[in-house]
Every structure is written in C-alpha cells, then in structure tokens.
Write a protein that binds this ligand. Structure first.
Ligand SMILES: C[S@@+](CC[C@H](N)C(=O)[O-])C[C@H]1O[C@@H](n2cnc3c(N)ncnc32)[C@H](O)[C@@H]1O
Length: 235
C-alpha cells in the first residue's frame, strides 16, 4: 500500500525566521559582538570559508556541489526540520565549512553527539580547528551509512543532516542511501537534506515518509529542505 505522504511534497517543514541579531547584521552589514557569535559568521571566518569553498569547487566541482557555503537561513531551516534535542545523536554528511554544524550546536546539540563525515581534507582541517571536540571522519558518506546500518545497535536512533550534492550521484546510490538511512534513523530519527532541484533528491516510495519546505529564496541558489522519516514515526 502506498503511504499517504510518499511521493508528495507537503509544506510542513518550518520556514527559517530572521532573528533580531540577523536583522541588525543585515542593516549594519556587521556582526554584533555577542557572547555567542557563531564562529562561521565573523567577517574574517566568512571570507576564509569562501576562499576554502571556492578552491574546493575549482578542484572538484561535482563533489563540492556549490561554489559557496549555504546561507544561515538555509542552515536554520535544516536544523528546525530536524527538531533535535541536546541528546539527539546527529550525523552530518558533507559539512563543508560547517554552516549547518554551527546551527546544530547553536540549537543545543552536544558536541559529543555530533559526527561529521567529510571527504575534503581542507574542509576537515578547518572543521577540526573550529570544533575540536566534534568527531570528524574521513570517509565516503555512502560507505559510512552502509557500515553504520550493518552494525547499528537497535536502540540507537540517529538523525542525519545532509549537505551532500545528492543529484550528482546515481539513483541506485540514492536508493541505497534511503535504505541505509532508514535503518539508522529507526523510529525517532530523521533525515534532512536540501536540494536546488524541483523534487525529492531521495527517490520516494512507500518505505519512507517525506515532507518539504517552501523554496528558500534568500539562499543562493534558492533551495528546498526535505525531511524524511520512517512511516508511522510519532514526530
Ligand atoms: C554542497 S557542499 C555543502 C557544504 C555545507 N553543508 C553547506 O551547505 O555549505 C557538499 C559537501 O559534501 C562533501 N561531499 C561530497 N561528496 C561526499 C561524499 N561522498 N562523502 C562525504 N562528503 C562528501 C563535499 O566535500 C562538500 O563539503
């Protein structure tokens, strides 16, 4: 039987909101000095992130998938869709320069509950300097998911935040990712993935429940956030 939500895009993923701090940054063009300034938003870090990103894109455009990091608006929408608690165990695939990582930590996810999977050594170096307590793994994200799915302890549900440029990978690979992810997220976790494309980057069928956000036009390029879970999962 086809699950009612499979294959459909229901707009229930929370939209990103703009905080007072960001309104002020947008007006003044400068970050305010607060006690919790996201480290990816200082002017110097931002320029450095852009430089590292651009050089990754020039040397490997397909795998990097974009020539600049995602916006904080997209980061906030990704994290809002994940609805994490401090105890949620999160796996982030393709963190790049860490814009989603920062948003996850700001949302209260504990550093020891966060694992980053990144193939690019320059991104890994930057991330390990910025987040020394976060586990960073040099492995292909698809192999990592397969290994984890095979060895997963039954009572541990993870949430997966993915910045992978999924559409450059074969449909077969994305279907395998769907299967492995469902094993990993169990009954309480989620998979959150963005796309610049018009439909779900993870192929849909009755094994998975999917919801999408409205297009986030303020991100360049505009993106849609998809949130996936096991059918019948409570939240
Ligand atoms: C579009 S960028 C997204 C970066 C960041 N999440 C953001 O939104 O700014 C894609 C990221 O996925 C990484 N990546 C691509 N293929 C990968 C793979 N098979 N395994 C692990 N990381 C991969 C790239 O190195 C890059 O950091």
């Amino acid at each position: 039987m086809q699950h009612p939500l499979s294959g459909t895009a229901t707009n229930t993923v929370p939209e990103p909101s703009i905080t007072l701090e960001e309104q002020s940054i947008m007006k003044s063009g400068q970050d305010k000095k607060t006690s919790r300034i996201p480290s990816t938003t200082s002017k110097k870090s931002k320029l450095n992130d852009l430089r590292v990103f651009l050089s990754a894109w020039l040397s490997s455009p397909l795998r990097t998938g974009a020539n600049a990091p995602s916006s904080r608006f997209l980061a906030r929408a990704m994290v809002a869709a994940a609805k994490t608690s401090p105890d949620t165990k999160v796996i982030e695939l393709g963190p790049g320069t860490g814009i989603f990582t920062e948003a996850l930590l700001n949302a209260g996810v504990k550093e020891e509950n966060l694992t980053l999977i990144e193939l690019n050594p320059d991104f890994r170096k930057l991330l390990s300097q910025r987040y020394p307590k976060v586990r960073i793994i040099d492995e292909d994200a698809f192999s990592f998911l397969s290994h984890l799915a095979k060895g997963k302890a039954k009572n541990e549900d993870y949430t997966i935040i993915s910045g992978l440029p999924l559409l450059v990978f074969s449909k077969k690979k994305r279907i395998q990712m769907r299967k492995d992810s469902l094993d990993i997220i169990g009954k309480t976790g989620k998979v959150v993935q963005f796309t610049y494309g018009p439909k779900s980057p993870i192929p849909l069928d009755s094994s998975i429940e999917a919801q999408s956000s409205k297009r986030i036009w303020i991100n360049i390029p505009p993106a849609v956030v998809w949130c996936y879970k096991t059918p019948g999962a409570k939240h």
